[in-house]
Design a protein around this ligand. Sequence first.
Ligand SMILES: [Zn+2]
Length: 218
Amino acid sequence: MPNAKCRMPNRELQIANLKFEIRHLALGIVLIRHLAFGIRHCYNIPMQQGPLLAPWRIDYLRSLDKPAGDTCFLCQAGATANDAQREAALVVWSTPQSIVVMNRYPYCNGHLLIAPRAHKAELQELTDAEHLDLARQTVNAARLLSTAVSAQGFNIGINIGRVAGAGLPGHVHQHVVPRWGGDTNFFHVIGETRVVPQAISQLYRELRQLAMEMKFEI
Ligand SMILES: [Zn+2]
């Protein structure tokens, strides 16, 4: 006959078993997540395909509400005449047809903008020479970022019109955004800090120096 002292009522026994199984299930989930995290980092696999977050861009988004008539920052960049002015406007280099500037409100470190010097809103307004130089400087920008920040890939594109996301719809410009494996995971985390403006000024000097060494027109 079983010892009555050691017997648990059926209901208590079931609850105890259930708690035991839940604890092991939770432990299993944690282990699987850690294993997946490790494999993704080892093989450089992005964690998930989500939006690239850049919370500091809220300053830029708020600036969109400024009244029309403010001076175009790309035209201001094109009008810079010395190194101090270029640094203030974040002009990395320029050619007779184009200007290349760092985005003051970047999606990530190294985000460059390439624009024709002329204030033109639409691609069809560009001359053949401006189209050609825009393409050439886009290639140069990718070369520069491959070396300077070891970019592993790029998002390159142009937003035409406010509805397409153009922050400065009056002056067409090409975005060159460097990407790295897994950058969607940690950038939005470290991007929460306000270190970005300092990083931009530091990276600016590195990019400008490298652009001079690579003999892009300055
Ligand atoms: Zn302009």
